[in-house]
Design a protein. Structure first.
Length: 732
């Protein structure tokens, strides 16, 4: 027993040795959560309070379940085979396999993954002759999953309009199709399992009597149905031991309900809320910053992380002129850390939005630094980007059969596999390209005409304008706008326009009128080279790139959090959402808390004054998170430009001391400064202050004299037009 409990700190020991009762363990980042959960399970078994068959442990990933079983085997001389330890989906699958007849399923029912489910929905729409542009398959699949996760069958789903009634009807038809074919999707596993327990009293009583202890990991990430499933199993007197951190609840977009923690505390009359606050990962300054940020959230159970490892280094902050300079600075810092002996695989570069990775990847690629995009694809390998590039390839060369095949029916235009096969046979017989064959008539003729019209429309346009034309007239933008989670894909398409603009700035040549024109073929070659470059694998010493969402559960010696600007992080959509209640903003703050607590030794925060958006320069204000961190914890590697730029020559910008302090700004070939347009004594890009709206930056200006007005981005207060004759603006 002493060996089992050795090394636990007092709160960990209290949690592990609790008598049989409901308990909520608030486990802060890096506080030894997995050790507590596993040791609790081992302690219950070793003290004879429960046998291996009488415990149920729920994790959120298969990896976590395997790790728990491995640790348990190392702690106790027991056979862990047959123990009910797994994910919600894994445990529900096991339950349904054992009682398939009662659940109304065939013995060998098959499970549909996300791709299989989407294919099943597409087949259904085709069979019912439903317009898949009005009812996109992915949107229908998301609707069905959302209803199931809320515990709603078609008969219970609410439908207040004709469009929703049609989606409910498709949900009903989809259910019938799955039942006919003997298949279940992931959401069905949980709902069918819940319904089985709810409706079949003998089975429910059996499992309620079997499991006397139920342990739940990552409780803050449970959705409504998962919590109801747990309550049903615990209804026979089982003791729930729930471990989680409400400050790390960042998956609301997947249905996670942070309120489950408060509901559990109230509904089960939890007397024991134990806080694990000692952190074994990060230095003190990093934890103090995380505590200071998350303290601004009102709806939290509350805890304060601390460490006995010392304060460590201050948090380094860099303010760049633009996103390209920000990326170059990160590259220089990574090189410096690497020269100092830190492995690149122990460094992580985090960003709020996937689209941000493009500029960062380009800088790393140009510098020859190996990197790995964790939990995702490199920018030029992403589906929506490859689709857009295929259209561009056809404009450059209509005889590109590979590009033709990729997008001939994307977005969907009724050209099926049989039509494509006939087209290929005809092209082979005539020894011409698919595009040439399609021109002669048939279903694909309209697509060939679309490519010809696109090519004609793009004549004389700049490269960024060409990309924008393609995104709009190909239907790609409209297609992704209908997807429930299409915002990330749209952001990546916007970033492709930025990539084209930057490529022109770096590689283009000026024409007679001074405008930069890009070579489409050269840009396509550039995209192929970056996409085809070797991507570092698990064993390589490569910098880790990822979104903050992907970083949860990971830790690194050095962490860079980039793009800390109002509207980007916190994201403008989240700030707008539930503006009155602050719900969206609170989740953004939890996301920042997760990002900060990934760092062990060194933390870098960076933001840019300007960033490309839709191929245009966007002026930014620093994220409010900077104001929430005590100044004493921060080490500014650059002067705070918003406060000092009026005293500095606009022809200079500050760079890292390692690179020589004040220096010339990025060359015009990288990003030309917006022409300084004077209006009433103010200029675009200038920082200003307003008595009511606070600090802002001028993003547009027009008029003169008494009609002069400026458009100002006030960050958290939004973008506003102000008449200079009325508004009392001052230089910040």
């Amino acid at each position: 027993m002493s060996t089992l409990l050795r090394g636990l700190n007092p709160p960990q020991l209290a949690a592990v040795t609790l008598p049989p009762q409901h308990a909520l363990i608030l486990a802060g980042a890096g506080s030894g959560k997995t050790r507590v959960l596993t040791t609790r399970l081992a302690w219950l078994i070793q003290t004879g309070q429960v046998g291996t068959h009488g415990v149920l442990a729920v994790t959120f990933t298969n990896k976590a379940a395997k790790e728990m079983l491995t640790r348990l085997s190392a702690m106790l001389p027991i056979n862990t085979r047959g123990m009910w330890i797994g994910t919600f989906h894994g445990l529900c699958n096991r339950l349904l396999r054992a009682h398939h007849r009662d659940a109304g399923l065939p013995q060998l029912f098959q499970i549909l993954d996300s791709a299989d489910q989407l294919a099943a929905v597409k087949r259904l729409l085709k069979a019912l002759n439903v317009d898949d542009e009005k009812f996109p398959p992915r949107d229908i699949a998301n609707f069905i999953n959302g209803q199931k996760e809320a515990g709603l069958r078609p008969d219970a789903a609410e439908a207040w309009d004709e469009y929703t009634r049609k989606r409910v009807e498709l949900y009903r038809e989809y259910e019938a199709q799955c039942q006919r074919e003997g298949v279940v999707d992931f959401a069905e596993l949980l709902l069918r399992s819940y319904e089985l327990l709810q409706r079949n009293e003998p089975i429910r009583l059996h499992y309620q009597g079997r499991f006397s202890h139920i342990l739940v990991d990552e409780f803050q990430d449970t959705n409504v149905l998962q919590y109801r499933w747990l309550k049903l199993l615990a209804g026979g007197g089982a003791h729930l031991f729930c471990v989680g951190d409400d400050d790390q609840s960042i998956y609301a977009f997947r249905g996670a309900e942070v309120g489950n923690m408060r509901d559990f505390e109230r509904e089960f009359r939890v007397d024991n809320v134990i806080r694990l606050e000692q952190n074994y990962r990060s230095h003190g300054n990093i934890l103090d910053a995380a505590n200071a940020i998350i303290r601004h959230n009102a709806a939290r159970l509350g805890k304060n992380l601390w460490t006995d490892a010392g304060s460590g280094e201050p948090i380094r902050v860099y303010e760049a002129f633009n996103d390209i300079e920000e990326a170059r600075w990160i590259v220089e810092e990574v090189k410096s850390l690497s020269l100092d002996g830190m492995a690149r695989r122990e460094m992580a570069l985090l960003y709020r939005s996937n689209a941000q990775s493009r500029v960062l990847e380009h800088a790393l690629f140009s510098a020859g630094l190996p990197y790995r995009v964790y939990g995702g694809l490199r920018f030029f390998e992403r589906q929506e980007v490859k689709h857009a590039l295929a259209y561009l390839r056809l404009i450059a060369n209509a005889d590109d059969d590979g590009a033709f095949l990729r997008v001939v029916n994307f977005p969907a235009r009724g050209i099926g596999a049989r039509t494509v096969e006939q087209l290929q046979d005809a092209a082979k017989a005539e020894k011409v390209s698919l595009h040439s064959t399609a021109r002669s008539g048939g279903k694909a003729a309209a697509f060939a005409a679309l490519i010809d019209k696109l090519k004609a429309a793009c004549e004389g346009l700049t490269l960024p304008e060409t990309v924008e034309q393609v995104l709009v007239h190909s239907g790609l933008r409209a297609h992704y706008q209908t997807e429930k989670e299409g915002q990330d894909r749209l952001a990546n398409l916007d970033e492709l326009v930025n990539a084209a603009a930057n490529f022109v700035a770096e590689e283009g040549t000026a024409d007679a009128e001074g405008e930069l024109s890009g070579d489409l073929a050269a840009f396509l070659s550039h995209a192929s080279l970056e996409a085809g470059e070797h991507q570092a694998g698990e064993g390589d010493d490569a910098l880790q790139l990822m979104t903050v969402h992907s970083a949860k559960g990971l830790e690194f010696d050095a962490v860079f959090i980039s793009g800390l600007e109002e509207g980007l992080f916190p994201h403008e959509n989240s700030v707008r959402e539930e503006k009155g209640s602050g719900g969206g903003l609170e989740e953004e703050r939890r996301l920042m808390y997760v990002a900060v607590t990934r760092a062990r030794k060194r933390l870098y925060l960076s933001h840019a004054q300007t960033r490309m958006l839709h191929g245009q320069t966007r002026y930014n204000l620093p994220s409010r998170f900077f104001d929430e961190i005590p100044e004493a914890l921060l080490k500014w590697l650059t002067p705070r430009m918003g406060r000092t730029q009026n005293a500095v020559s606009p022809g200079l910008t500050f760079t890292s001391p390692r690179r020589g302090g004040w220096a010339a700004p990025p060359p015009a070939a990288v990003m030309r400064r917006t022409a300084e347009k004077e209006t009433g004594g103010f200029r675009i890009g200038q920082n200003v202050a307003h008595a009511r709206f606070g600090q802002g930056v001028i993003v547009n200006a027009e008029g003169s004299g008494s009609d002069a007005r400026v458009q100002v981005n006030f960050g958290r207060e939004g973008v506003k037009w102000l008449a200079l004759s009325v508004a009392k603006l001052s230089a910040a």
